[in-house]
Design a protein around this ligand. Structure first.
Ligand SMILES: Cc1cc2nc3c(=O)[nH]c(=O)nc-3n(C[C@H](O)[C@H](O)[C@H](O)COP(=O)(O)O)c2cc1C
Length: 179
């Protein structure tokens, strides 16, 4: 590869990252348990809804993550939608080697997943499939239980956390009232 080609490739990567940073995304904290009973978790904005029937969602995890082996071997995952007052915890779950669970009242659900209800809405999922996605793996979860949170979500945009200005409660359409 010539120097010019290399420069073009690097610039492309930087531009790709900048463009992706300009896409506002919700923030999730994902947790699971390994076969020794150890809890693992990571913050992810690469999350989306995938299918209504069956109810599927997906989240993408870097192959380089310390928690990667745990999420590749476990058969279930809890996905929390982070509310704005938990930005600090989202940063902790995005820090390799951090003590992620201590000091927060995570509790094991009957399905055996560590869940923190106050963090936000929670989807408890069984792992439906995993797909290769370059330097990430796409984990597809089948939603087994859904718990709705009560507060405002946080949004990650231009490499920082932001709060949404929400419309007054009466102006928010509810499920099934799209007309
Ligand atoms: C707002 C935000 C979004 C992130 N989104 C993702 C993501 O979608 N996938 C991912 O693998 N890492 C993502 N990360 C980085 C991981 O949370 C971080 O690398 C984490 O420490 C990986 O887990 P580990 O501590 O077990 O290595 C994100 C970090 C932040 C702050």
């Amino acid at each position: 590869m010539s120097a010019t080609q290399h420069e073009a490739k690097s610039t492309g990567c930087a531009e790709f990252r900048d463009v992706m940073a300009s896409f506002p995304a919700g923030v999730t904290v994902n947790t699971t348990v390994d076969s020794d009973g150890q809890w693992w978790g990571f913050t992810a904005s690469a999350f989306c809804s995938l299918s209504a029937d069956p109810p599927l969602v997906l989240v993408c995890l870097a192959k380089s993550a310390e928690c990667y082996p745990a999420f590749m071997s476990s058969d279930s995952i809890a996905i929390h939608f982070v509310q704005k007052q938990f930005e600090g915890l989202a940063r902790t779950f995005a820090t390799r080697g951090a003590d992620k669970f201590t000091g927060h009242p995570f509790e094991l659900t009957p399905r055996g997943l560590p869940v923190l209800r106050e963090l936000g809405s929670v989807l408890e999922c069984s792992v439906f499939a995993r797909y290769d996605g370059g330097d990430h793996t796409i984990i597809v979860g089948r939603v087994e239980d859904a718990l709705l949170g009560s507060s405002d979500p946080v949004v990650f945009y231009k490499r920082d956390f932001h709060s949404l200005p929400l419309p007054p409660e009466g102006d928010v359409p509810v499920s099934g009232s799209s007309s």
